[in-house]
Design a protein around this ligand. Structure first.
Ligand code: ADP
Ligand code: MG
Length: 481
């Protein structure tokens, strides 16, 4: 079928994402799983070094992480599951095979961020090799670390959706406590399968590996799509292959033509027991469900639909655990407008933290002890009640942040309380009118801007303590009265 010129090419993307899981020990042995260990080859043992005669033991904690993930995305938890050997030679895989899952993954199906999932399985990570000119070094600390692999169906059709999916998965891993999923540290690695077609059939798929940042995911997909279109327009065929991403040149490069799964000679690992998950009580789906935290999309929905704050604010609270917790606590203490609180947290309070040179990141400060929730909530109410101007509120917040307590006292002592008391305003208004006869006349003659000037004069005379709304209405009343 011919496609309309404006969308002549259909882009299809499927993602394969690996994430290191946060567990005490490795996947099949009791060596420590410590992604932050900098000394090479200290968290190793005969099992993860692939010595002959050793036996692997399944890490329950890792299985549980993946199963929770499965429940969170509405996937089907396997009744029967097993581990397979994926055979290949590479120095970073000392046994000559990687223990993975093939026919019977832990989870099948499910959906995340509108993208259908194929499967989620568990395997072991490889060692880390580094290349130094004419020699290479291998660090086995990472060998045998539990690795979750999630595969999506080829149902993503834009760069934006691909990157949004990866970000939501990262967030979910963090919410579940399953992993940090820090891409820069290699804790989450994305492989993008991309095809471009000008018919209703799929085009030839190319896999791009080693995408270690969201920016790399986006740029690599964009690059590949453009490359495929160029190849097709030249009347040539896209070669099915695996490509790498050159971070510096921002180009993909051919690595190898893709092997088929039969090249790996997969077979069930005879050293490991097969699992009947439905017969293990703590893995029962309803048990796992009760252990799930509020999931990112539910939280987002609660903020937007129930609490009623803007999407951009909700996103800050969903993504940043510190601000999310603080906002939740403020909501508990607040009777009034949640949007005002959201604004003051995400712009003013976050701004104070950002400009605080003693703070490295929001994760390293205790915002609850910096600005007590009760003080913050009271300040928000004072704003709603027009007791302080927004200028005054910002000053008060800064003073709370710097260690003072009790916003009402700060407002009183600092002369920041706005007055709506008309008898107090009387004097100010009288002065403004008598000192500015020409401007008053202008206003009477229909010049609206003149009123703003008079309000400004009144604010100045009252040293900012007048409530500008009340001042304005009283001025109008006096002048036209
Ligand atoms: P392989 O056997 O080559 O590993 P799979 O069918 O297992 O291929 O798919 C691997 C990944 O490639 C999945 O994420 C899937 O969604 C994606 N994929 C499959 N076909 C295409 C395609 N035509 N275009 C883009 N992605 C695809
Ligand atoms: Mg595959």
């Amino acid at each position: 079928m011919e496609r309309a010129p404006e969308n002549k090419y259909k882009v299809t993307i499927g993602l394969e994402i690996h994430a290191e899981l946060k567990t005490r020990t490795k996947m099949f042995c009791d060596s420590k799983n410590d992604p932050d260990e900098e000394r090479p080859n200290v968290n190793i043992c005969p099992v993860c070094m692939g010595y002959p005669g050793t036996l692997p033991v399944i890490n329950k904690e890792a299985v549980k992480h993946v199963l929770k993930m499965g429940v969170a995305v509405g996937g089907e938890i396997a009744d029967f599951t097993e581990f397979d050997r994926k055979n290949y030679f590479y120095p970073d895989i000392p046994k000559g095979y990687q223990i993975s899952q093939y026919k019977f993954p832990l989870v099948k199906g499910g959906e995340l961020n509108g993208v259908k999932l194929t499967r989620i399985h568990l395997e072991e990570d490889t060692a880390r090799s580094t290349h130094h000119g004419n020699y290479s070094l291998i660090d086995f600390n990472r060998a045998g670390v539990p690795l979750m692999e999630l595969v999506t169906e080829p149902v993503i059709h834009s760069v934006k959706d691909a990157s949004a999916f990866a970000k939501e998965l990262q967030l979910l891993l963090q919410y579940l406590g399953a992993g940090e999923a820090n891409m820069e540290k290699g804790e989450m690695r994305v492989e993008a399968n991309i095809s471009v077609s000008d018919t209703d059939d799929f085009g030839t798929k190319v896999e791009v590996k080693n995408l270690n940042s969201f920016k790399a995911v986006e740029k690599a997909i964009e690059y590949e799509v453009a490359r495929h279109i160029e190849v097709i327009e030249k009347g040539e065929k896209v070669v099915q292959e695996t490509r790498g991403w050159d971070e510096v040149k921002e180009v993909t490069f051919s690595q190898r033509t893709k092997e088929d799964s039969h090249d790996y000679r997969y077979f069930p690992d005879p050293d490991l027991p097969k699992l009947r998950l439905s017969q293990i009580p703590e893995f029962a789906e309803d048990v796992l469900k009760t252990e799930l935290p509020e999931l990112p999309w539910n939280k987002r929905n609660r903020y937007i639909e129930v609490v009623g704050v803007k999407g951009e604010n909700a996103e800050v609270f969903v993504r940043d655990n510190v601000w999310g917790k603080y906002f939740d606590a403020v909501l508990q203490a607040l009777s009034g407008n949640a949007q005002i609180a959201a604004n003051y947290i995400t712009s003013d309070l976050a701004g104070l933290v950002k400009n605080d040179t003693s703070v490295k990141d929001t994760g390293s400060i205790d915002i609850f002890s910096k600005v007590a929730v009760s003080d913050f909530a009271r300040l928000m109410e004072m704003i709603s009640e027009n007791l302080v101007s927004s200028r005054g509120a910002k000053d008060i917040l800064k003073r709370l942040y710097d260690g003072e307590k009790d916003p009402e006292k700060i407002a009183k002592d600092g002369g920041l309380l706005q007055t709506s008391d008309t008898s107090v305003l009387e004097e100010v208004i009288g002065k403004v009118i008598s000192e500015n006869p020409n401007v008053v006349a202008d206003y009477k003659n229909g010049k609206e801007a003149a009123l703003q000037f008079l309000v400004g004069q009144g604010m100045k005379l009252s040293k900012g303590s007048a409530n500008p709304e009340v001042l304005k209405s009283e001025l109008i009343r006096k002048i036209s009265g």
